[in-house]
Design a protein around this ligand. Structure first.
Ligand SMILES: [Zn+2]
Length: 315
């Protein structure tokens, strides 16, 4: 065998070229099968995974513990958006406070509003709190186009997953049948789970609940719990001490059982309100993925239902 360094170098070069060629072919094959999907929120990302049939790569921009309206923009988001084949947004102005400059910076024409690779997951869905008159956004109102936290309702999540599936099928027609089959199986699982979730919360029907922000309305509405009001005077607006002091006796009088907050909220004010009003404070994950990285949409919904039922079970 010839161990002359030059020959060895040539052999390595040939091996390297062969490997690079193989890798190139492999990458091309994967690239044909894959959509590089960017979801603004972890719940949208979880739906994209559910209907992606293993053929999509999903990146969610917001962390599971972040406020959907006030996501911290990282410079890396621009790179991620630049390479996106699909951008899924929650819509109803959910991301209006932070997404537009990132999309502008990403220089990816197809994911700009109205672009062929931009998906509004709320399309066709009936939203709660859609204003009938003008809304004064200057005071920080963040639900001016309706309540965008609709994925807290598993039925609407099934509809929204349909929007995502149709976009995948259109942009990657070779795998359209696989995406549609994944949607069918996701919807079948949802349909199987729904009666169990309803049964678990049925004993507490009509229980009065207050939330910090209007984050959990869809969940409460779906499962027959009564949403009484919020600690925030308006969506996205911090409560003043005067507001809190006026709120507490109302909650006590109405017999509010639970106060729900998302993980990113400071607990001090809600804890104070809960104690004074004789209610119980619980912190719920408002997105999948905050407990275990692999948490699916269905696991997340399971978790929410169990937490609510457990909290209501206690006197
Ligand atoms: Zn909101």
């Amino acid at each position: 065998m010839n161990f002359h360094p030059l020959n060895r170098g040539r052999r390595l070069l040939r091996a390297g070229a062969a490997a690079a060629l193989a890798l190139g072919l492999f990458t091309a094959a994967v690239a044909r099968a894959e959509l590089n999907v960017v979801a603004t929120m972890p719940d949208l990302g979880a739906l994209a995974e559910a209907v992606g049939a293993g053929k999509v790569k999903v990146t969610s921009l917001a962390r599971p513990t972040e406020d959907a309206h006030f996501v911290t923009a990282k410079p890396s988001f621009i790179r991620v958006l630049n390479r996106a084949d699909v951008l899924i947004e929650g819509g109803a102005e959910l991301e209006v406070g932070w997404l537009p400059p990132l999309v502008e910076g990403a220089r990816n024409r197809e994911i700009i509003p109205g672009g062929s690779r931009r998906v509004d997951a709320s399309k066709g869905l009936q939203l709660l709190d859609v204003p009938t008159g003008p809304v004064d956004r200057s005071q920080g109102h963040v639900h001016a186009a309706g309540n965008a936290h609709y994925l807290l309702d598993p039925v609407r999540a099934g509809e929204s997953a349909g929007n995502i599936t149709e976009a995948f099928a259109r942009l990657d027609p070779a795998n359209a049948a696989a995406y549609r089959a994944a949607l069918e199986s996701f919807r079948a699982e949802l349909a199987k789970k729904l009666p169990a979730w309803e049964a678990r919360l049925k004993p507490f029907a009509g229980a009065k609940v207050v939330t910090y922000h209007k984050s959990f309305d869809y969940l409460l509405d779906r499962f027959g719990l009564e949403f009484v009001g919020t600690i925030e005077p308006k969506p996205g607006v911090e409560p003043s001490p005067t507001h809190i002091n006026a709120l507490v006796p109302q909650l006590r009088e109405q017999g509010v059982r639970l106060i729900l907050i998302e993980e990113h909220r400071p607990t001090k004010t809600p804890q104070y309100v809960a104690e004074k009003a004789g209610a119980k404070l619980i912190v719920l994950p408002h997105f999948p993925g905050s407990h275990r990285a692999s948490e699916t949409y269905l696991e997340w919904m399971d978790h929410l239902v169990i937490e609510l039922a457990d909290a209501l079970k206690q006197p």
